[in-house]
Design a protein around this ligand. Structure first.
Ligand code: BGC
Length: 278
């Protein structure tokens, strides 16, 4: 059948039809792209954001253009009360949740001697504690469902958006790397804990993706060159590179995958400086 470009969403095999997703930090960058991609795959989306009202409205518009339902939820997911309120709003609108994309993330870089406790805590709260709070509430809902063990579908899916810096150390970013390293063990332990309930828990660890968080490193041509030196595939990633993988990971095509970390980094984790041998 022929579809025009205006009906891009109709071309897709809607693998997430009838499901409801929460995407945290969805007003820009990777979170925004994931919210739209999930919608293109048929999911309704709760679009969480912290302060970028305009970006969130843009995400909502694109979710609706994809033919899905969306709601905006302004909340600081590092705070317990706000996470509880977010879930209440989701249940009021969608009754349930099937997918959690824990994506909200910030950087507050500084050398160790100049790193304030406030900046340490802010990064840990948004990047790690928020994942715990959002996952805990999602699991409470997922475990109400009982899926026969041999069926190739799950009772719920969680994807943490981490970073290559869950394994690549990074100077002057000790708060950020500690939070991402923390996600890695939290994700695996949680995956183990809830696997028998047919709940899947995974991470995606992106490398250099063109978003606001690292715009100083790709807007300036000299800085972009330095960045490309760290990417064997010689291309800075786009949010869609991550979003497409996230949608697949949430689909039943990935039903046997749990406790895994998918590196989407153009080879950044392949020790680029060893390309030519010693
Ligand atoms: C960071 C970016 C950085 C990328 C690769 C990401 O986790 O947020 O600032 O460009 O890792 O180093």
């Amino acid at each position: 059948m022929f579809f025009s470009d205006n009906n891009k969403h109709l071309k897709m095999d809607k693998k997430l039809k009838g499901q409801c997703a929460i995407v945290t930090g969805a007003s820009s960058g990777i979170g925004q792209a994931i919210a739209i991609e999930l919608a293109l795959n048929g999911a309704d989306v709760a679009i969480n954001f912290h302060s970028n009202d305009e970006g969130a409205a843009d995400t909502l518009q694109q979710v609706q253009n994809a033919g899905a339902k969306g709601i905006l939820i302004k909340a600081d997911v590092g705070r317990e009360a706000e996470v509880l309120r977010m879930y209440e709003e989701v249940y009021k609108e969608f009754n349930t949740v099937d997918i959690l994309i824990s994506n909200a993330g910030i950087q507050k870089d500084n050398p160790i001697t100049e790193m304030s406790l406030e900046d340490w805590q802010a990064v840990l709260d948004t990047n790690l504690t928020a994942g715990f709070l959002c996952a805990r509430e999602a699991i409470k809902e997922f475990q109400k469902r009982s899926i026969p063990q041999n069926e190739k579908r799950s009772a719920g899916k969680i994807v943490f958006i981490s970073s290559v810096h869950d394994i690549i150390p990074w100077g002057k970013r000790t708060n950020y790397t500690a939070s991402k390293g923390g996600i890695s063990m939290f994700m695996k332990s949680l995956a183990l804990e809830v696997a028998a309930k047919k709940i899947r828990v995974n991470s995606i660890s992106p490398g250099a993706i063109r978003t606001n968080i690292n715009d100083e490193s790709w807007k300036d041509p000299e800085e972009a060159k330095k960045m490309l030196d760290l990417i064997p595939y010689k291309r800075i990633g786009d949010p869609e590179d991550v979003a497409k993988a996230a949608a697949w990971l949430c689909s039943d095509d990935a039903d046997y995958i749990t406790g895994a970390t998918l590196y989407i980094d153009g080879g950044m984790t392949l020790y680029p400086s060893f390309e030519e041998g010693a």
